[in-house]
Design a protein around this ligand. Structure first.
Ligand SMILES: [Zn+2]
Length: 471
């Protein structure tokens, strides 16, 4: 009896020692995502079944088959993604995030009427730092829920937007607007430039925020001020976020006033370079695409906003065939009316098919590329984000694959672009931090956000003296 006990003890000891040595051999990391199908969007577009990802200090240190990752790493924090799909976080290449508070304020108008009769007056009466903070929090919550991990913004009080974005743990290329009329945060160009100087200095080098300068458009900012914005970007390295060639009218006016299309004009004044991020580009003329390619400009296509304002259809298949850096965006929620990148992907694939009469243009995989790796290129952030690869930032989504709209499943890209809905996003990791887990937001208070936004709705209605109300 005694000897049996002794040998049992030795067995337990040996087992414990073996387990301990296996554990010490395994490197400790911050986060492990294990199981599920990983859609990497790397150069070879590798898809890993039953995969695993290890994360340290916000970056991916290993990605591969689950068994291999599990044998090499241990972590306190784990996400079990068995049966799910893991993708890079989505990149919303163009928006004005606080404008969610104007969602549905004025619909079914063209850009000029919508802007001058409704949006500019509503902004003049309502945009304050508090408005911007409340709107940004609402937009961030919507974006996280929909799997957007990086967004490119252009608005006022961008410093407050950066503050809210960093607090929520979301990545942003955030541009302070420069425009040639008095706006909420700055009354003159000199004030605007002083603001942007301080703003960029404050956020430069932040692990989530890329501060930018955002001259609104070539038709709202003078040549002198556009040149000053470019000089500022040369000096600081800040990206330049702008709108170019959104409507036919903008192009016609430019040809009349400047003797050149907006792109040719910007080329003439030496504005374009590899730090420029140009939203829309619906109406490129003559050699515009060649100029954009030569200068390394990133272009962001906003199909739903362009459709809603009847601005036109950007020649995206042509841009892609000429290897332009094209991404995808929602534009502000006032002209969309949401910040849902799943809808943009679905729309971009279908819009260009019907517009060209060719069902082969913009495949599901290409549409998914526009929202991930191509979007990263358009924002000039492709070394950091846009795909799941060793060394890149850990910005990723865990997507439920068990919802009715996804069953059965034959092709993962088809599923992601044509069938997945924002509500299927289950967990979101940005820079290695879990910001949504099992559909629960961890960095934002959803109840407070909804309440604050509704308070602003009432204030906006009063400020405009309209009868707009519950209908
Ligand atoms: Zn815009």
């Amino acid at each position: 009896m005694k000897s049996v006990n002794k040998s049992a003890l030795i067995c337990v000891l040996l087992f414990t020692m073996t387990t301990l040595s296996a554990q010490t051999r395994r490197q400790s990391v911050d986060l492990l995502v294990l199981g599920g199908t990983i859609v990497t969007m790397d150069q070879t577009r590798r898809v890993i079944d039953d995969g695993g990802i290890a994360v340290v200090n916000g970056r991916i240190v290993a990605i591969g088959p689950r068994a291999e990752i599990e044998s090499r790493y241990s972590a306190r924090q784990r996400i079990n993604a068995t049966g799910k799909v893991i993708t890079p976080g989505l990149i919303n290449g163009h928006t004005h995030v606080p404008m969610v508070l104007f969602r549905g304020l004025a619909d079914d108008l063209d850009l000029q009427e919508w802007l001058t009769k409704y949006i500019f007056p509503a902004e003049a009466k309502n945009v304050t730092e508090e408005f911007v903070r409340v709107g940004t929090r609402l937009g961030l919550a919507e974006m996280i829920r929909g799997g957007t991990t990086t967004y490119c913004d252009m608005y006022y009080f961008e410093d407050a937007i950066a503050d809210e974005t960093a607090k929520a743990g979301v990545r942003g290329v955030l541009g302070e607007t420069i425009i040639d009329f008095p706006v909420a945060d700055n009354k003159t160009n000199a004030e605007g430039m002083a603001y942007v100087e301080k703003f960029v200095n404050h956020w430069k080098g932040h692990e989530l925020i890329v501060p930018a300068i955002a001259p609104h458009a070539p038709y709202t900012v003078s040549e002198e001020h556009l040149k000053a914005a470019r000089a500022f970007s040369d000096r600081t390295g800040a990206p330049i976020v702008t709108h170019i060639s959104e409507t036919k009218r903008e192009v016609d006016d430019s040809v009349k006033a400047k003797g050149a299309s907006p792109v040719a004009y910007l080329e003439r004044i030496a504005f374009l370079n590899e730090r420029v991020i140009a939203a829309h580009m619906v109406w490129p003329q003559g050699s515009d695409i060649a100029i954009l390619k030569k200068r390394g400009v990133g272009v962001v296509h906003n199909p739903q906003s362009n459709m809603k304002l009847a601005s036109g259809v950007a020649p995206v298949p042509k841009m892609l065939s000429e290897q332009l850096q094209v991404g995808l965006g929602t534009d502000g929620a006032a002209s969309n009316n949401d910040l849902n990148m799943w809808e943009e992907m679905d729309t971009v694939a279908k819009l260009h098919k019907v517009f060209t009469g060719d069902p082969k243009v913009i495949s599901a995989q290409e549409a998914f590329e526009l929202a991930t790796i191509r979007g990263a290129h358009a924002l000039h952030l492709d070394k950091e984000i846009g795909s799941l690869e060793t060394g890149k930032r850990a910005d990723l989504l865990v997507i439920d694959r068990d919802t009715l709209n996804q069953i059965p499943l034959y092709n993962v890209y088809s599923d992601l672009v044509y069938a997945t809905k924002a509500a299927d996003v289950e967990s979101v990791v940005i820079n290695g931090r879990i910001v949504m887990r099992n559909r629960r937001l961890l960095t934002l208070n959803e109840t407070a956000i909804k309440h604050d936004a509704r308070v602003f709705r009432d204030r906006i209605i009063k400020s405009l003296g309209t009868s707009t109300g519950p209908q």
